[in-house]
Design a protein around this ligand. Structure first.
Ligand code: ACO
Length: 436
């Protein structure tokens, strides 16, 4: 772990007892108070509902400045990666901490290709799901099932195998996603083609026919690759924290990331991209120009939220949303698509950004607001949107898993609580219990 102490301290006065807590500072001058010894020194813990003020770890993967709308992977601005990099290169950057040399990139790409096929027996596992199963449930189960085929995975000491397992997971998550889509539609499975690059191969497995390959249009491949790049990491969000939590118990890479998929599924997290399209479609069907929905989203009891808006960390425009919005305009123009949902989304954005409710709360479009419209243009079915998010996020999860595995001082994650249940009371035999 990097030494982040500054030599400065903060004083805390608890019921007359004053203790000094070290002030720590990260590379980008983010400051924190190190409370690691608080309980030992005072008997107190901190209470931070939703962890809004809690730094759970030191990490060198991704930097976000939510007030300024900055996102960097390993120090490189997301705008530069979006313009110049590819998903595979970005995955390497996140996991290994630097942009690959030609030889490193070649080796990494080879590992991805060599490990793209699932074990043949995995095919039978897909049969067990009902056709209505959500692809995120299938994805999470299948990642865990896939891990069972590699016994070395269970031994934490086999760090020499990390590179192969990491590549296998990045490659296979895409194969599993495509197979589960084909199964859900009753279509035959299409195997990956070793000559295709990562994102083209995914589109091939999703959309090719047995006797006719899907026509790969460069703008389509590029748009999807960009979506993967933009989703590749986002520091300690809900799913990544879940992966780190599971990894901290020394669970294996496949088990840890399968847990991340479950967290990502939630509509307040990755599931929001699906929820945005459902919201826009409802607005379209109802003939609302967006203003009725905005009014409902502001009303607490309505049960409605402007999906794709707001973020725990960004109190400014999410830089990924800015990039996606531009890409969305470009792709729809290139494919000659006129999607009425794009018009509704833009009207909602305009309405919200000039409405005091959203302005005062600093609620801006997040990554999910426009990404669904791109995915619709690519003919990706709505229920697969969050699966695509998971494919994109896999390198980030792996990078965070590696950070925990490489930290010789890592401890199991185990928060505390303030108990508010009943005080001590005693077991009552069933015949003596009173109704109500
Ligand atoms: N629509 C309407 N009001 C909102 C929205 C929204 N999308 N988001 C937040 N608010 C309001 C809250 O009701 C709250 O109002 P109050 O102060 O009057 O009580 C205030 O803004 C602060 O919101 P919190 O819920 O405290 O913000 P929090 O940081 O806990 O939640 C979250 C962030 C979950 C992203 C929230 O903004 C939300 O639910 N957005 C919609 C779902 C969404 O788009 N999720 C994707 C996030 S990005 C990602 O995970 C990839």
């Amino acid at each position: 772990m990097t030494d982040i102490t500054t030599g400065k301290t903060a004083k805390l006065d608890i019921e007359g007892k004053v203790i000094e807590l070290p002030i720590v500072e990260g590379t980008e001058q983010e400051r924190g108070v190190d409370i690691s010894n608080l309980r030992a020194a005072t008997g107190y813990i901190t209470l931070d509902d939703g962890y809004g003020n809690t730094g759970s770890c030191q990490s060198s993967v991704t930097f976000i400045d939510g007030d300024k709308g900055i996102l960097r992977y390993r120090g490189i601005p997301i705008e530069e990666l979006a313009e110049k990099s590819t998903f595979v290169e970005t995955a390497y950057l996140l996991i290994y901490g630097h942009l690959p040399t030609k030889a490193e990139f070649q080796r990494f790409s080879q590992l991805l290709t060599q490990n793209e096929n699932l074990h043949e027996d995995m095919k039978y596992h897909f049969e067990g799901f009902p056709s209505t199963a959500h692809p995120m449930a299938i994805l999470s189960s299948m990642i865990n099932a896939s891990g069972c085929f590699y016994p070395g995975l269970l031994e934490q000491t086999r760090r020499d195998e990390f590179a192969v397992h990491a590549a296998r997971l990045i490659s296979q998550v895409r194969t599993i996603a495509a197979f589960s889509y084909r199964k859900s539609r009753g279509m035959p499975i299409i195997y990956p083609k070793p000559t295709y690059k990562y994102t083209a191969n995914f589109l091939h497995m999703l959309f090719s026919d047995v006797y006719q390959d899907y026509e790969l249009r460069p703008e389509v491949v590029h748009a999807l690759d960009l979506i993967f790049v933009l989703h590749a990491d986002h520091e300690q969000n809900c799913s990544t924290s879940t992966v780190r939590m599971v990894a901290s118990a020394q669970a294996n890479l496949f088990a840890s990331t399968a847990a991340g998929v479950c967290a990502l599924w939630g509509p307040l997290h990755g599931g929001a991209n699906q929820a945005v399209i459902e919201m826009l479609s409802d607005i379209h069907r109802s003939g609302d120009n967006g203003s009725r929905f905005i009014a409902a989203a502001k009303e607490k009891g309505s049960g409605k939220k402007l999906m794709g808006f707001g973020h725990r960390v960004y109190k400014n425009y999410d830089p990924r949303a800015r990039i996606i919005k531009k890409a969305c305009d470009k792709l729809l123009a290139a494919l000659n698509i006129n999607d009425p949902l794009l018009g509704i989304a833009k009207r909602l954005e305009e309405g919200a950004l000039s409405d005091p409710y959203f302005v005062e709360r600093k609620l801006y479009p997040n990554v999910d607001f426009y990404s669904g419209i791109i995915m619709r243009a690519l003919n990706i079915p709505t229920e697969m949107f969050t699966v695509l998010f998971a494919i994109g996020r896999m390198p980030g999860w792996i990078a965070h898993f590696k950070e925990i595995q490489d930290d010789t001082k890592a401890r199991i994650y185990r928060p505390r609580q303030i108990y508010v249940g009943p005080p001590l009371n005693h077991y009552v035999p069933i015949e003596e219990r009173r109704v109500g």
